[in-house]
Design a protein around this ligand. Structure first.
Ligand SMILES: C[S@@+](CC[C@H](N)C(=O)[O-])C[C@H]1O[C@@H](n2cnc3c(N)ncnc32)[C@H](O)[C@@H]1O
Length: 265
């Protein structure tokens, strides 16, 4: 049995008890604070959610806040599966906990497709948001170039990137701990940067912090960036730090890199 199976009951509990809903609301509030010097989110805007995910958490919150929101993700493609049925229930639960009408979660603004080929007219959006998705995009420069095209001059981009170099960056340890607090039995910290005994289960571009910052700066004016979530300090012994000397302490312990950038006018 995969040790990650123990995560599913916790995931269910997070959904039932509203832990996930609270976390997503907190993220939206943080993003509004980050953007406040450049974009007033109390006014309605045209927003693109890049890699909106099956739960559609930020898509729903931003629509409910009065914005015109479009989401693009592979998972928006039509289909029938048990996983999709489970997500239908989870979305209802999520909406209920946030007091969001079910309509805010509907398919209305969702496009099934690849974020590297955006099917939108140039200069269509004021803001592109993306959470926990950029680390999965296998052609980041293509995504950024197309985002540059579909944003209006002065348009903003807010991205939260789950960094590969962090303890949870291999996406093969707990997916319900933010920050990661415990490792599956037998797993070594930063195994994905070391022996790689644990297989990866999702596509990952394995980009490092500096690569993201350079790629964003090639297309946008990077206004600010910071580490939104720290994890793993407790496992970073001097011996391990020496073994992982190719990586900075900041890279090894930053779970989420937040980048706020603007399209040049
Ligand atoms: C970890 S999920 C995050 C979803 C959501 N933003 C959230 O916070 O719950 C990453 C999403 O990116 C999508 N994705 C990855 N690569 C993609 C691509 N090239 N085009 C479209 N969607 C992609 C996946 O289908 C997945 O739904």
């Amino acid at each position: 049995m995969s040790p990650l199976l123990s995560d599913y009951p916790r995931y269910a509990w997070h959904m039932l008890a509203g832990v996930r809903a609270k976390m997503e609301s907190g993220l939206a509030a943080q993003r509004a604070r980050d953007l406040a010097p450049w974009l007033d989110l109390s006014q309605p805007h045209d927003i693109l959610d890049v890699g909106n995910g099956s739960l559609r958490p930020q898509y729903a919150l931003m629509r409910n806040a009065g914005h015109r929101v479009v989401g693009i993700d592979f998972v928006n493609r039509p289909g029938i599966s048990w996983k999709r049925s489970v997500y239908t229930v989870l979305r209802r639960l999520y909406a209920l906990q946030l007091g969001i009408p079910a309509a805010a979660m509907d398919q209305h603004g969702l496009i099934g497709g690849n974020v590297g080929i955006l099917p939108f007219a140039s200069r269509s959006f004021d803001l592109a948001i993306s959470n926990a998705a950029f680390e999965h995009f296998l052609d980041v420069p293509a995504v950024l170039a197309d985002l540059q095209r579909v944003l209006r001059p002065g348009g903003m981009i807010w991205a939260g990137v789950h960094l590969f170099t962090s303890p949870s960056g291999g996406h093969n340890v707990s997916f319900t701990q933010y920050p990661l607090r415990s490792l599956p039995p037998g797993a070594e910290p930063w195994d994905h940067l070391r022996a790689q005994r644990r297989p990866f289960t999702v596509p990952l571009n394995r980009w490092r912090k500096g690569q993201f910052l350079v790629a964003f700066a090639e297309q946008f004016e990077v206004l600010t960036h910071y580490c939104g979530l720290r994890e793993g300090e407790q496992w970073l012994t001097p011996a391990l730090e020496e073994e992982l000397a190719d990586y900075t302490r900041d890279e090894l312990t930053c779970g989420t890199l937040v980048i706020v950038a603007r399209k040049r006018a």
